[in-house]
Design a protein around this ligand. Structure first.
Ligand code: PBG
Length: 310
C-alpha cells in the first residue's frame, strides 16, 4: 500500500547483438543467456520482448574484421548489417522503439569510439562520421539514435545532421554520463570491439567524478538531447539520483554487461538467486531515479514481473 517505487516491463530496454547470416545464435561466453543473433533470430527475440511489454530494443552489430577500417566507413552503408536489422525490425515489430548505437567501435579497426590519428582520438574529425552514421540509421527506420562515443559536441552534430536530412522526428538518447569502466568487459568480448591499443579514458569519464556529470548534462541539454543516460548503473546509483535531480529530461540507466555477468556467474555457482537479485537490482535503479533501464535481463525480468502480477 505504501510502496514508493514501481518496476514494470515498460521501463525496460533489451540490448541485442546482431550478426550476419541466417538462423544463427552464437552464445556469448561471459554473458550466459545472451547470443549474437542473425537478423531473423533478432526479430523473433524482439517480438518476444514486445509481447512481454518491453518497449524498446538497443542494437549493436558484431562485424567481421574485414569490414572494419580506421574511420568505420561501414557504419554509413545503407545495406550494412545494422541498417538491414533496423529495417526488418520496423517492418515486423513496428510497435517496438528501435534504438541504435552511435559510436565507431564496432566498425573501427582500432576498436575506439572515435578516429585515431597519430595515436590520439581526434574528437572533431569524428563528429561528421557520427552524424553520417546517425543519418544512415534514421534512414533505415531507427526511432532513436543513442550516441555512446562520448566525443564533445556530438549531440549537436548529430541533431544538425538528422534535421538537415529531414529526420526531425528521430530522437537522441545521449550516453551523457558514461564512465571509463571495467564493467564493459563482456560486451567487448561479444562484439570483439576492445581497443587494440590504449584505453578509453581520454573520452569516457573518470569513475571518481560526479560534478563533471553536471557539465556533461548541461552540454547535452543545450545541444538537443531528448533523454540522458548514466552508465554503468548499480555502482553509479548516486550519479543517477544526481542527474535525476538536476535535469528535467528522462533518465536512462544502463545495467551493463559486467553487472549482468556478475549475477549470472554467482547464480551458476549456486551463490545467488538470479531472479530475485535481478529484480532487486533493477528496482534499486528505479528508486535511484532511472525512468528507463537498459538490461540484458529484460526478458527474464519482464517474465518474472508478469508472473508476479497475475
Ligand atoms: C561502445 C559501447 C560500449 C557499451 C555500449 N556501447 C562499450 C565501451 O564503451 O567500450 C557497453 C555496454 C555493456 O558493457 O553492456 N560504444
Amino acid at each position: 500500500m505504501v510502496r514508493e517505487t514501481t518496476l514494470a516491463p515498460q521501463h525496460l530496454v533489451l540490448p541485442l547483438f546482431v550478426q550476419a547470416g541466417r538462423a544463427l545464435e552464437t552464445p556469448i561466453g561471459s554473458m550466459p543467456g545472451c547470443a549474437r543473433l542473425s537478423v531473423d533470430r533478432l526479430v523473433e527475440r524482439a517480438r518476444e520482448a514486445a509481447s512481454l511489454g518491453v518497449r524498446g530494443v538497443a542494437l549493436f552489430p558484431a562485424l567481421d574484421d574485414s569490414l572494419k577500417d580506421p574511420r568505420g566507413r561501414e557504419a554509413q552503408n545503407p545495406e550494412g548489417l545494422l541498417q538491414r536489422a533496423v529495417r526488418e525490425l520496423k517492418r515486423q515489430v513496428p510497435e517496438l522503439c528501435v534504438i541504435t548505437d552511435v559510436a565507431l567501435d564496432p566498425y573501427s579497426s582500432d576498436g575506439h569510439d572515435g578516429v585515431l590519428i597519430d595515436g590520439r582520438i581526434d574528437n572533431d574529425e569524428t563528429l561528421p562520421l557520427l552524424a553520417a552514421m546517425a543519418v544512415a540509421q534514421a534512414r533505415a527506420g531507427a526511432d532513436m539514435v543513442a550516441p555512446s562515443d562520448m566525443m564533445d559536441g556530438r549531440v549537436a552534430a548529430i541533431r544538425k545532421g538528422l534535421d538537415e536530412a529531414g529526420y526531425t522526428q528521430v530522437g537522441i538518447l545521449s550516453y551523457c554520463v558514461k564512465y571509463a569502466s571495467a564493467f564493459y568487459g563482456p560486451f567487448r568480448e561479444a562484439l570483439d570491439s576492445a581497443p587494440r591499443g590504449g584505453d578509453k579514458k581520454t573520452y569516457q569519464m573518470d569513475p571518481a567524478n560526479v560534478r563533471e556529470a553536471a557539465r556533461e548534462v548541461a552540454l547535452d541539454e543545450a545541444e538537443g538531447a531528448d533523454m540522458l543516460m548514466v552508465k554503468p548503473a548499480t555502482v553509479y546509483a548516486d550519479v543517477i539520483r544526481y542527474v535525476r535531480e538536476i535535469s528535467k529530461l528522462p533518465v536512462a540507466a544502463y545495467h551493463v554487461s559486467g553487472e549482468y555477468a556478475m549475477l549470472k556467474a554467482a547464480a551458476q555457482n549456486g551463490w545467488l538467486d538470479y531472479d530475485a537479485c535481478l529484480l532487486e537490482a533493477l528496482l534499486g535503479l528505479r528508486r535511484a531515479g532511472a525512468d528507463v533501464i537498459f538490461t540484458y535481463g529484460a526478458l527474464d525480468a519482464a517474465r518474472l514481473l508478469r508472473r508476479a502480477s497475475t
